[in-house]
Design a protein around this ligand. Sequence first.
Ligand code: SF4
Length: 276
Amino acid sequence: MYCLQYGGYMGRILTKSGIAAGRACELRALRTLIHGDWGTAPLPPPQASLVRYRARHSALASLHRLRLARAVVDVASLPLLWSHAWRSSGGTGEPPADGLAWLQGYLVDNPFLNVGAERVLVAVERTLRAQYLGRMWQARPDLLVRGPDGAIEALELSSARSPLSNRSQVDTMVAINLLVMSGLDMPETLRQLPHRVIICTLDDYREINVSMERVVAREILGNIATWLDGLTPDTAQPAPSLDTCSGCSFRDTCAFALAVDPAVTESTVVDVPVAF
Ligand code: SF4
């Protein structure tokens, strides 16, 4: 028996990141998404680039929550907000000044809500879940807004320079978002409205509408469910590599990880410079 049962649905709650990690290594998917086992190896310390990414998202979430509460946010309050976001994201030392300057520019530009003042903020990083195909799916859009035409839009803020480069992951994200936006945890009044998913790029303020027809979303989710249904200890393929194993919580006991490189069982940090 390889499936856990949680309140009528099978296995773990399915998120875009959990599915992406499972796609990278089916053995990991079998353990996490089917067995519900998260492993024991501690997470490696985050790369500096990841700390910056998290800090920027955390600061934006705080900023938007203040806006949702109709609080007055001025430039003078941003250093404290940025400093808190930096530390809570694992940053050490002085918060980088370029990050604060970027945040100040974002506050002034208000790029994604200031569409003719017609977009209304509904929620910030709200967790939405829905049961479908016997599984529980979950998304946490960065912003939920009421669009100019009354549609509910999930805005996913992206630091990536090419946010569509991994189309499979984007499609998974969109399909789950569309499902949960029409799903059980959404207030009835919002559930009935049209839904959109938009990727908003943080460096050049682009908006990329990645919405899809529900029939396409259903097919994507169906394919994921079928893939999971077929995972057993006999069929799940390990895909060890330095990249996949170094962040996997099974790396301390996984024979495949050890075969790739014994050093992978220790915290592996590969830092790469990124534009911020
Ligand atoms: S340690 Fe590597 S091979 Fe083993 S389950 Fe994790 S990602 Fe897969």
